[in-house]
Design a protein around this ligand. Structure first.
Ligand code: 5RP
Length: 228
């Protein structure tokens, strides 16, 4: 089964978790897009989605889903989103699609968070996928100096690289920039998460720790469910 089909069956399984009346956090990325499509296809009445990016907002509107915003609802019943890596204890790296800040805001406001992914996203140790770190554009090169210090203090000898696409710095929906830290392996994600948050200029990072309640992973044999 292709990775895309694995993403699709995971997204479709997650859409079955949504019930009428729910406020639903809509993740970002190709796996989350399968969820959004499957959710729209169910035609449930009285559900409202909170999109985590302008891209997801556009897709959801195109499919006829009713949307609201985090500021209107503050509480979300269920959020479904993809991930770049799923490690031990449902620790995650997210932000490959540059939506990590809005995603984390929506996840933290959610009663239940379900991560959906293809099988290749499951890893024994986080860090092979470069960790996205969102920084404010103002003074980002000096922020990088302090980021390097924070990474060294955590035993990680890596210099994050500014994310660039088609020759342009990638800007998030909030107008910030992304640095990607190719750590290789992150032996202590909680320590790194704290260290990164203390760097002035860092808005957030792609470590999602203690946020996912369960994972639905598309495997060749079907959807595997992992819960804490
Ligand atoms: C976006 C994300 C995505 O969920 C993550 O990058 C996975 O993407 P995909 O489902 O396309 O593999 O964190 O910021």
């Amino acid at each position: 089964m292709s990775a895309d089909l694995q993403k699709r069956i995971a997204g479709e399984a997650a859409a079955e978790l949504v019930e009428t009346g729910m406020v639903v956090g809509l993740g970002t990325g190709s796996t989350a897009a399968w969820f959004v499509k499957a959710l729209a296809a169910r035609g449930l009445s009285d559900i409202r989605g909170v999109p985590t990016s302008t891209a997801t907002e556009a897709l959801a509107l195109e499919l006829g889903l009713k949307l609201t915003s985090l500021d209107e609802v503050q509480h979300i019943d269920l959020t479904v989103d993809g991930a770049d890596e799923i490690g031990p204890g449902l620790s995650l790296i997210k932000g490959g699609g540059a939506a990590l800040l809005r995603e984390k805001l929506v996840w933290e406001a959610s009663a239940r968070c379900v991560v959906i992914a293809d099988a290749a996203k499951s890893v024994p140790v986080l860090g092979a996928f470069p960790l996205p770190i969102e920084v404010v554009a103002f003074g980002h090169k000096t922020t990088l100096i302090r980021l390097n210090e924070a990474l060294r203090a955590c035993g990680l000898d890596v210099t994050p690289r500014l994310r660039v696409k088609d020759g342009q710095m990638v800007a998030t929906d909030g107008g910030n920039l992304i640095y990607d830290a190719a750590c290789g392996a992150i032996p202590d994600p909680a320590r790194l998460a704290e260290a990164l948050k203390r760097v002035t200029g860092v808005v957030d990072h792609g470590l999602f720790l203690g946020l996912a309640d369960e994972a639905l992973i598309g495997q060749d044999a079907g959807v595997e469910r992992l819960a804490l």
